[in-house]
Ligand binder design. Sequence first.
Ligand SMILES: [Zn+2]
Ligand SMILES: [Zn+2]
Length: 314
Amino acid sequence: MQRGWLRMWGSLLLAGVLLVITAAPGGAFGSQRPVPGPVVRAFDPPAKDWLPGHRGVDLAAAVGTPVRAAAAGRVTVARGIAGRGVVTIAHGDLRTTYEPVTAGVRAGQQVRAGDVIGTVQAGHCASGCLHFGLKRGDAYLDPLAGTDTEGTAGPVRLLPASAVALARKLAAERAAALAAGDYPGSGSGVLLNPVHGRISSPFGRRFHPIFHEWRMHEGVDLHASCGTSIRAAADGVIRSVSYDASGGHRLVIAHASGLTTHYLHAQGYQVRRGQRVQRGQVVGRVGSTGWSTGCHLHFGTKVNGRLVDPARYL
Ligand SMILES: [Zn+2]
Ligand SMILES: [Zn+2]
């Protein structure tokens, strides 16, 4: 039963990883991404019109890359603005904008989804990108929101190019392992899931929920309500019990083979440094101390001091 549960959980994780992948080349407004590159800057609309923000998404693209219409429509703007070209296409009550672009279409022209409407100019990102926007009336919308190819609603995960390549590689590994009945996150069971919670945020680079910038997520966040028992993931010895501003109440347990497990953001722990604990033994309670937006357990693993994705062991 536990194995089945872990398998289901592994599948969810796999789906999460695949969502990361499919969000990069996958669906957008309409079905056509204007350029194939990954998102390098996310949609971040300002709370008020006059405040700074990012009123579209930036897609990585070298200068000269062909830009394609995201959906069928009529070109309403095709011109240079302050030396930078802009193309706007009306699709019913929605409008898409593409900049900076050397326009290859004229105002008034009808285009189909996927038609080339120009090429990317330099100037928006240092590394080269297309700014892609979507508006309804005066409101800026996220042109990539909720349209991943899994058909699930919810936020599309946005990754820089390097992370997309890594995530793609990991997903391929996991898909192969799953097909072979050997998915490392679906029941190798080396470690006990310390709160029996699903992974709400995976290991790896992510857009940080508090700092709003790309940071390494050095473990997985496990879904658990405040006060849930935290259990030792394996037999071991308590290496440290501490408090710091980022991790809040933090616990480290040392296990065999150079493996350590790390538990962050707890309300507190009921064990002491040097104490021996057994797999499954309650060591503390879930909280939201440190840099945390709500109760959950951050769970990390290291092997000989190097970070490893805990999902490999769960
Ligand atoms: Zn932009
Ligand atoms: Zn975390």
